[in-house]
Design a protein around this ligand. Structure first.
Ligand code: DGT
Ligand code: CA
Ligand code: CA
Ligand code: ZN
Length: 590
């Protein structure tokens, strides 16, 4: 580990110890240690450790010397790992709220059981915080305001929400007579699950009218910057948007630069340099000679490069889709022509995890089927909640049997071109058993097995629970595997590598839950698993007809995860899906 990484660990240890109410001197020792470490040079640290002289540095006691040495040489620290798992992750988030220090957080936890921001919000809203000794009405109000602010300004935004704001802006920019090309770049274009800010890029014949239009858009709450070729605004939601305007001959280079990611850009520049070229947001020019990159680009415009494909080709690369530009080996793959052919929205033919008014959905079976038909889907799976999810009106055996009969009748009536599969989103009980008996499960076309309660089990228990569900012969797919809610709730503690191994071994699908606040499994895990035979189903988890559209967010994540059409069951035609389900259903019970 580098010294800065070690310093970060020490700082985090101090915070965690503070949250645990540890001795303040001990806390201070870690804080001081982190600062002392920052002041040392990297090479110096290596030398001090090699010569066992770390203890001579002011600020490093015996305990710190041992821990820094362990981190530096092994990259790990057992003490830290243990400490981290002993504290609810939500408590650390609470520290970001103005007015809340470790002491107050401990009181909130002890008296009200508050361990995350959602629980604190609830406790403030029903007045329980004001009633605590040392808090009061004023503090409660201040905390609520702090939470609201954090939501509005401090945090990132769901890809879906950002895209809904960005799309009309791109259309509006393109409609301006002065605009030649306009694109939304940045993390939005890369399909990241959350977006920090929007980055619009425009080439135009005249700049002023474009800037004037941008800062006067509906929904703009504040103009945070306005210059000659750029402007920044903030919307009601707190989302910021940057606009940059460039001459048309620079557009491709600027688009590539502002799409990022930063790591991808750095690697592309290094690649250019290795070829005697200098790549920048202004152009691609020979690296030798006097002058800045900007001056050179203006003198020697990279005229042959008309679009991003041309830019990649100029560096001996196949086109890299924006979703893959994370600096994680995509350039090497593009050089060897080994990039996957990514799944596309138009490849989808249906989805399996959808709810109706029978449980907590807002549209009826017939409405959902009609909406799926309107999308051109060949099939729609209905998977309402099972009986243990009583808060979501989960179906008992009798209601489930009635729904299955309705679905069979609907298919027989041929009212819709879309075939409806009768399934269920069956709760995985705390011990890994499923919520219906085998006979009931056998009456279904498929089973989505999901965790909805007791989310806070330790890692080993949760992992065993999911694997037991995967091993059940009636389980077709695992639903929202980690239970995370982006920007709201952390993933459960679970060893996903083991879960994925079990799914592959048992031929069980893991869903890519396309709900914009889930996107679970994460794209980083799909990158690791796609080539290993793990089958994916992109499921919108729709609770109303409009929710079916969320598959688009799922496609984003699938593409980022490097998934190809073949690896996604929901791109398969109906006959093939039916045959696959039938083959699984024929498996004898264990
Ligand atoms: P975000 O907004 O946090 O979701 O992430 P991005 O990727 O949209 O980042 P942003 O908005 O700060 O910048 C947009 C792109 O501009 C970024 O993906 C790559 C490029 N960029 C920004 N800063 C740097 C930098 O320091 N070096 C390089 N090479 N590129 C940068
Ligand atoms: Ca951005
Ligand atoms: Ca930005
Ligand atoms: Zn669910």
């Amino acid at each position: 580990m580098t010294k800065n990484e070690i310093a970060d660990v020490l700082t985090e240890i101090a915070t965690l110890l503070e949250l645990k109410g540890e001795n303040p001197f001990k806390v201070r020792a870690y804080q001081t240690g982190a600062r002392a470490l920052e002041a040392i040079e990297e090479a110096e640290l290596g030398r001090l450790i090699a010569e066992e002289k770390l203890g001579t540095v002011k600020g490093f006691g015996e305990a710190l010397v041992q821990k820094i040495t362990e981190l530096h040489t092994t990259g790990k620290l057992e003490f830290f790992e243990k400490l981290r798992t002993s504290i609810e992750p939500g408590l650390v988030d609470l520290l970001q709220i103005p007015g809340l220090g470790p002491k107050k957080i401990q009181v909130l936890k002890a008296k009200l059981g508050v361990t995350d921001i959602a629980a604190l919000t609830a406790a403030c809203l029903d007045g329980r915080v004001a009633a605590l000794d040392g808090f009061g009405e004023k503090t409660q109000e201040k905390l609520l305001a702090g939470i609201k602010n954090r939501e509005a300004y401090g945090k990132r935004h769901l890809w879906w929400d950002a895209a809904e704001i960005a799309e009309p802006i791109v259309a509006g920019l393109r409609a301006l007579p002065q605009v030649r090309r306009a694109e939304a770049a940045g993390s939005l274009r890369r399909g990241m699950e959350t977006v920090g800010d929007l980055d619009f890029l425009v080439s135009a014949t005249e700049i002023a009218p474009v800037v004037a239009w941008f800062v006067a858009m509906p929904g703009v709450k504040e103009v945070t910057a306005q210059g000659e070729t750029k402007a920044s605004v903030r919307f009601e939601s707190g989302l910021q948007a940057d606009l940059r305007i460039v001459p048309d001959e620079q557009f491709v280079f600027a688009l590539h630069h502002f799409t990022g990611s930063k790591d991808h850009n750095v690697q592309m520049r290094q690649r250019a340099l290795a070829r005697g070229l200098s790549l920048s947001e202004w152009g691609l020019v020979p690296a030798e000679g006097e002058g800045t990159a900007k001056e050179k680009a203006e003198n020697r415009k990279s005229e042959k490069v008309k679009d991003e494909s041309g830019l990649f080709a100029a560096l001996g690369l196949h086109f890299i889709p924006p979703e893959l530009r994370e600096g994680l080996g995509e350039i090497e793959a593009a050089e060897r022509a080994e990039l996957p052919r990514l799944v596309e929205l138009g490849d989808l033919r249906g989805a399996f995890h959808n709810h109706t008014t029978a449980s907590d959905g807002r549209n009826t079976l017939a409405e959902m089927a009609a909406a799926a038909e309107a999308l051109g889907w060949d099939y729609l799976g209905i998977a309402d909640h099972s009986k243990s999810s009583f808060q979501a009106k989960g179906l008992d055996e009798a209601r489930l049997a009635k729904q299955v009969a309705e679905i069979r009748a609907l298919n027989a009536s041929q009212k819709f071109k879309t075939h409806v599969f009768a399934g269920s989103e069956v709760d995985i009980l705390a011990d890994g058993r499923l919520d219906y008996d085998d006979a009931t499960l056998a009456s279904l076309d498929y089973v989505v097995a999901s965790v909805h309660n007791v989310l806070t089990q330790d890692e080993a228990t949760m992992t065993a629970r999911l694997i037991r569900a995967i091993e059940h012969p009636r389980t077709t797919m695992l639903g929202h595997a980690t239970g995370r809610l982006l920007l709201r709730r952390e993933a459960s503690r679970v060893d996903l590598a083991k879960v994925i191994d079990a799914a592959i071994a048992h031929g069980v699908i893991i869903e890519l839950n396309a709900s914009p606040w889930r996107l679970d499994l994460d794209w980083r895990l799909w990158r690791k698993s796609a080539g290993r035979g793990l089958l994916c189903a992109i499921n919108p988890d729709a609770h109303e007809i409009d929710g079916l559209r969320h598959v688009r967010a799922g496609i984003n994540t699938a593409r980022k995860g490097g998934l190809q059409r073949e690896q996604v069951l929901t791109t398969w035609p109906l006959v093939r899906v039916r045959a696959w389900l039938a083959a699984r259903g024929a498996q004898p019970p264990a």
